[in-house]
Write a protein that binds this ligand. Structure first.
Ligand code: TTP
Length: 393
């Protein structure tokens, strides 16, 4: 079966991280987010991947090329991000026979994707305690009987998880009218498939929709926790690695460093001397953690640098970020309340007691900068030496 993977979105809620890197290409453990989705499709037996690209399309195309893991990859360009049904419609001419549709910014439990393919027509669902903010499936015996968006009175606790296996006939139904929020939505295509076919629900044991920056941290917490210890890089005899720590070839871990896994130190990265890395932490290619710095449960993107005597907790640093010596990130409020973060101009709760900062590409902080929890720094933003920053900039 061909798998259409949607990766054309602008990722407005995950800004500033999506400023120059499209959301599906943000790092999740040892590969981009969308590579996990594509891997799940290939493991389930997909014989071709059709990637729908749009925003920052070349980055996606360059990474996957014409073939990925021996499976052909073709590309459909969605010129305007007019909705998920419009995205699949852009791929329509690549399709023949039944086809799967997966969101390129979702992490799925891979076994369920295999089941989805086998049970086509089918849709993946996740059981949630409060489904009122989701598309909710209603069921009749073993089949899905309908889907309703954000119902006040949900018929089940099965939330739509954005993974579908459609019969060939669905190709004819891809042109759906605009929804109330002004998009052409794949759930309206699903509604027609439900009317015409017996659609099986496939329940996922684990699922994550990566929409906002802290969900990128959660994605890394998930995918780092399944890595198995492997030490191929240059690790000092005086370094202490505990648990599932992966040090890739070409990475350097200097004397006196303590790393408590799960952690991934990617090729070209340097840690130490005397640094402490803990929690689920990704130190991406070329990134640096200097002397006496501590990094906890964070993502350091490519070529980011945390200088000596600094602390970074529960944070995401974009590419080429440079934190000056003594920069400290606070990740906990005195009142223990959940940390808030600005998404599309509004402060929203992250639901996390511990959350630090999100720094866009090329942010530079002066020495001894103090950064407060839930702070967003735009690409290229700077701070002065000794500054306390408690407002987004
Ligand atoms: P969304 O998460 O709704 O959109 P987005 O990724 O652009 O993020 P944001 O809402 O923060 O701006 O999209 C779900 C999936 O569908 C995601 O993988 C992107 C993809 N998509 C497209 O490919 N084309 C589109 O027109 C839309 C709306 C989404």
């Amino acid at each position: 079966m061909k798998a259409v993977v949607l990766a054309a979105g602008q990722g407005t809620r995950i800004r500033p991280l999506s400023h120059s890197v499209p959301k599906p290409m943000l790092p999740v453990a040892d590969r981009p987010l969308v590579a996990h989705t594509i891997d799940a499709a290939i493991d389930a037996g997909a014989d071709e991947i059709v990637l729908v690209i749009g925003y920052e399309a070349d980055t996606v195309r360059e990474y996957f090329g014409p073939e990925y893991r021996g499976v052909p990859v073709s590309y459909a360009v969605q010129t305007e991000q007019a909705g998920t049904a419009d995205a699949v419609n852009a791929a329509s001419e690549h399709l023949d026979g039944p086809f799967a549709v997966l969101n390129g910014d979702n992490l799925y439990d891979p076994a369920a994707i295999a089941q989805l393919f086998e049970q086509c027509p089918a849709v993946c669902a996740i059981e949630v305690d409060d489904p009122r903010n989701y598309g909710v499936l209603s069921t009749d015996g073993d089949s899905v009987s309908g889907i309703v968006e954000k119902p006040a009175d949900p018929p089940t606790n099965l939330a739509n998880a954005g993974a579908y296996a459609f019969p060939e006939a669905a190709r004819k139904w891809l042109e759906v009218p605009e929804s109330d929020r002004g998009e052409h939505e794949i759930t309206d295509v699903l509604a027609t498939v439900i009317d015409e076919f017996d659609v099986s629900p496939v329940t996922l044991s684990r699922w994550l929709d990566v929409g906002r920056p802290w969900e990128l941290l959660e994605a890394n917490e998930w995918k780092l926790s399944v890595l198995e210890r492997r030490v191929d890089g240059d690790v000092s005899e005086d370094a202490h690695l505990e648990g599932d720590v992966v040090v890739e070839p070409g990475a350097t871990v200097k004397s006196g460093v303590v790393i408590e896994g799960p952690a991934l130190i990617r090729s070209g990265a340097t840690v130490g001397p005397n640094a402490y890395v803990r929690g689920a932490t990704l130190i991406d290619e070329g990134a640096k953690v200097g002397h006496a710095a501590e990094v906890k449960n964070s993502v350091l993107s490519r070529d980011a640098s945390v200088s000596h005597l600094s602390y970074v907790g529960d944070s995401v640093l974009g590419r080429d970020v440079n934190l000056g010596a003594g920069t400290n990130v606070a990740n906990l409020r005195h009142d223990d309340a959940a940390i808030e973060f600005t998404v599309k101009g509004e402060r929203v709760s992250t639901g996390r007691r511990k959350f630090g900062i999100v720094a866009g590409d090329d942010v530079k902080t002066g020495i001894n900068s103090s950064l407060t929890p839930g702070l967003k720094l735009s690409p290229g933003a700077t701070t002065k030496p000794g500054e306390t920053v408690d407002r987004d900039r």
